[in-house]
Design a protein around this ligand. Structure first.
Ligand SMILES: [Zn+2]
Length: 417
């Protein structure tokens, strides 16, 4: 029969053969059901030890969902055997096309999970006439497999980052590998406390932790503490992206304060819709935006003073020499502390307090790309935006591993998509 011939081309299982094919109702829809039988004289595999053992008995037939054709759902129908293993007792046999309890075949899981990378989960569910929950379980299963089978060899540079989730009410700590050519999300965990990052190092293990050479992070005290304790040999770098983010937070705070004051005094809000002008680097502004920025620069605003202090600080990153950069930093801090811009002064105090770690940037210069953590952070935020519908943190974490983890997939004989 043609269907069997085709199936044998794309998915051939050693020790099993395809049997009859029929169209029948599954639930309330017509589906293609393909029987599978064990090859004669073949013995089932114990799921614990992977050895072939004798048959104990046979369970009722079950359906395993396979890739749809011509918008018909397709199922394999098979009655799993139970094995009698001298070491592990009576167990349901291990099957090459799916896990015991899961109703989807591996191929279908990988198929849905690949589409869910290109489309949103909701779109994937709609197109293949399945539920959001099914897509979620497919992705989760592929991610779980990937996490269990990935290699952590060669991880010598990591970046610790946090993103605000669920409208900023919660944080997720993310750890990326930032080695050139091998950037990926390694780990994620809720909150951003000492115990969060300790959990990462526990799972990462002392052996791999000892191989870390560079750790980029924010100046968030709990992170610094754990990094110093768990990877003392690594150079902890407060990287450009994280530091400049502090500047932007400060500018934004000043801007909000000024806007509030305009309102209180009944003045015109000259900062209306100017937020991005202040947060972007001048070279990234469009022509029109540059013109608007020039107008703004003429005004004597605290936000502008903060903006100019940030732009002035950008020179810091251009220094070639460690000691010159250090002198520049001291000088900038002194000048800033003489202003009345409280949020900026807070940044200055932070830089002074963490000066050695900030200067570590220059020790690692040429080895760490300034864009590595930032690039991963952008991708994480994009996934979050696409993740519309992820109601729980767990869901979001799976989506992030799926998109950014570069995880290995269960091996399939055929690439369907
Ligand atoms: Zn066994």
């Amino acid at each position: 029969m043609l269907i069997k011939t085709l199936l044998n081309k794309v998915e051939r299982f050693k020790s099993f053969v395809y049997g009859s094919v029929c169209v029948m109702l599954v639930g309330s829809t017509e589906a293609l059901v393909i029987d599978i039988e064990p090859r004669r004289n073949s013995r089932p595999i114990c799921p614990e030890c992977g050895k072939r053992r004798t048959v104990y008995d046979r369970q009722p037939q079950r359906l395993f969902e396979y890739l749809p054709v011509w918008s018909f759902k397709v199922y394999f129908r098979y009655a799993p055997r139970r094995v009698k293993c001298p070491a592990h007792g009576v167990k349901v046999e291990s099957l090459p096309w799916g896990y015991g309890k899961e109703r989807m075949t591996f191929s279908y899981q990988v198929f849905l999970s690949r589409w869910a990378k290109r489309l949103s989960w909701k779109e994937t569910a709609d197109i293949f006439e399945t539920s959001w929950d099914t897509v979620f379980r497919a992705v989760k299963s592929v991610v779980d497999y990937g996490l269990a089978h990935r290699s952590l060899e060669g991880v010598t540079e990591i970046g610790v980052d946090e993103i605000a989730v669920f409208k900023g009410h919660k944080y997720l700590t993310l750890v990326y590998q930032v080695n050139a050519g091998a950037r990926r999300l390694l780990w994620s965990g809720p909150e951003r406390r000492v115990k969060t990052l300790l959990q990462f190092f526990r799972e990462f293990g002392p052996e791999y932790s000892a191989k870390l050479q560079f750790v980029c992070s924010d100046m968030w005290a709990p992170y610094l503490k754990v990094i110093a304790k768990k990877a003392p040999q690594a150079l902890n770098i407060l990287d450009r992206f994280h530091i400049m983010r502090k500047f932007n937070e400060a500018i934004d705070e000043i801007r909000r304060g000024e806007v509030k004051q305009f309102k209180a005094n009944g003045q015109e809000n000259v900062l209306e819709r100017k937020r991005w002008l202040l947060l972007k680097r001048p070279e990234n502004l469009s022509e029109k935006q540059t013109a608007r920025m020039d107008e703004l620069l003429k005004l004597n605003l605290a936000s502008i003073k903060g903006y100019l202090l940030r732009e002035d600080f950008q020179r810091f990153w251009e220094y070639q020499r460690f000691d010159f950069a250090g002198k520049f930093l001291d000088n900038w801090v002194t000048r800033t502390l003489q202003t009345d811009l409280e949020p900026m002064k807070k940044v200055a105090w932070m830089l002074r307090r963490h000066k050695p770690l900030v200067l570590n940037w220059f020790k690692a210069k040429g080895e760490i790309s300034s864009g590595a953590v930032e690039g991963m952070n952008l991708k994480a935020k994009l996934t979050m935006r696409k993740a519309y519908g992820f109601r729980t943190l767990k869901c979001l974490q799976i989506a992030l591993y799926h998109e950014l983890g570069k995880l290995p997939e269960p091996e399939c004989l055929h690439r369907f998509c």
